[in-house]
Design a protein around this ligand. Structure first.
Ligand code: UDP
Length: 255
C-alpha cells in the first residue's frame, strides 16, 4: 500500500524514508517477539499504544535536555524522527532484580538492588544480544570511550527521570533498555537517544500489587498485555476515550 521507501524492518518497527533529508518515519507494528524471535505473535493495538507512550516519554526527555531522535508523532502508528547512525550497543539500567540478572546471578526477582546497575549488550539477533563489557565495546570499535560515557550518563538520567515519573503514577521502574545513535549536524556529532521507550522495553510493576504492566505478560504467557499497556497510558494521562488502540484507519491527530 505504501509507496515510501522502506529503509529497515525490525521485529516491532519499520523505518521509512522521511519527508526531508535527514529524517525518517518510524512505524510501530503490532508484532511481539521474545527469546530472540523464538516466540512471535501479533497483538492488536500494541503498536498504537507504544507509539503514544514512547512519544510522551521522548517529548519529556527533549524538554529536560536529554537529546533524542524524536521530532513528532505523525499518526496512530508513526513518528517523524531524525536519521541517526545506531550504535550497536543496548544499554540496560536495572533498579530491581528481574529477568536475566535474576537468572544469571541467582538473585530473587523483586530484590531491590544496592544501586542502579548499568549493563551493555551487543545488538546482534544472530548472536542473541550477548552481554558485553566496555572493553569489548572499545576493542571492537562499536563506540569510543567518550561515547560510552555519554550513553551511560544519559541512561542514568533517563533512569532517574523515569523512576520519579512512574512512582508518581504508582508504578515501579524495575529495569529498561535504551539505544543511542550518532546524530550528525554540520560538522558536529551528538549522541542522542533513539529507538523507543515503552512497556516493550521497560519492566513496570504496579507499586501496590506488583502486577506486571509490561512485555513480561507476553514473554511469560500471562495474557492481558493490551490492558496492561492501556493502564500505563491511562495513568500517564494519554489514553483518551475515543482513542481505541485497535483503530488503524485515518484519524484526526491532535498535535
Ligand atoms: N530488553 C529489551 N530488549 C532486549 C532485551 C531486553 O527491551 O532485547 C529490556 C527488557 O524489557 C527489560 C530489560 O531490558 O526491561 C532487561 O532485560 P533482561 O536482560 O532481563 O532480558 P529479558 O528477560 O528481557 O530477555
Amino acid at each position: 500500500m505504501s509507496r515510501r521507501r522502506r529503509i529497515y524492518e525490525g521485529k516491532a518497527k519499520i523505518l521509512y524514508e522521511g519527508p526531508e533529508p535527514g529524517t525518517l518515519v518510524q512505524h510501530f507494528k503490532d508484532d511481539a517477539t521474545a527469546f530472540n524471535n523464538e516466540k512471535h505473535d501479533v497483538i492488536d493495538g500494541k503498536g498504537v499504544l507504544n507509539n503514544r507512550i514512547s512519544e510522551y516519554l521522548f517529548n519529556q526527555f527533549n524538554q529536560i535536555g536529554i537529546p533524542t531522535h524524536f521530532m513528532k508523532r505523525l499518526n496512530m502508528r508513526e513518528q517523524l524522527i531524525r536519521e541517526v547512525e545506531i550504535i550497536p550497543v543496548e544499554v540496560v539500567v536495572r533498579n530491581i532484580a528481574a529477568g536475566t540478572l535474576s537468572k544469571r546471578l541467582g538473585i530473587e526477582e523483586g530484590t531491590q538492588l544496592p544501586r542502579s546497575i548499568v549493563e551493555y549488550y551487543f545488538k546482534s539477533d544472530d548472536l542473541g544480544d550477548p552481554m558485553i563489557s566496555e572493553e569489548h565495546i572499545t576493542a571492537f570499535g562499536w563506540a569510543t570511550p567518550p561515547e560510552i560515557d555519554e550513553m551511560t550518563a544519559l541512561a542514568l538520567r533517563i533512569n532517574d527521570f523515569m523512576s520519579g515519573l512512574f512512582v508518581g503514577i504508582g508504578i515501579r521502574l524495575v529495569d529498561f533498555k535504551v539505544e543511542f545513535g550518532r546524530l550528525y549536524e554540520n560538522e558536529l556529532m551528538r549522541v542522542v537517544l533513539a529507538d523507543e521507550v515503552s512497556p516493550d522495553s521497560c519492566r513496570l510493576w504496579d507499586i501496590t500489587t506488583n502486577e506486571k504492566l509490561d512485555k513480561d505478560r507476553f514473554r511469560r504467557d500471562m495474557g492481558g498485555l493490551i490492558e496492561a499497556y492501556q493502564e500505563v497510558a491511562r495513568r500517564l494521562g494519554i489514553l483518551f476515550e475515543n482513542d481505541r488502540p485497535e483503530q488503524s484507519g485515518p484519524v484526526l491527530v491532535k498535535s
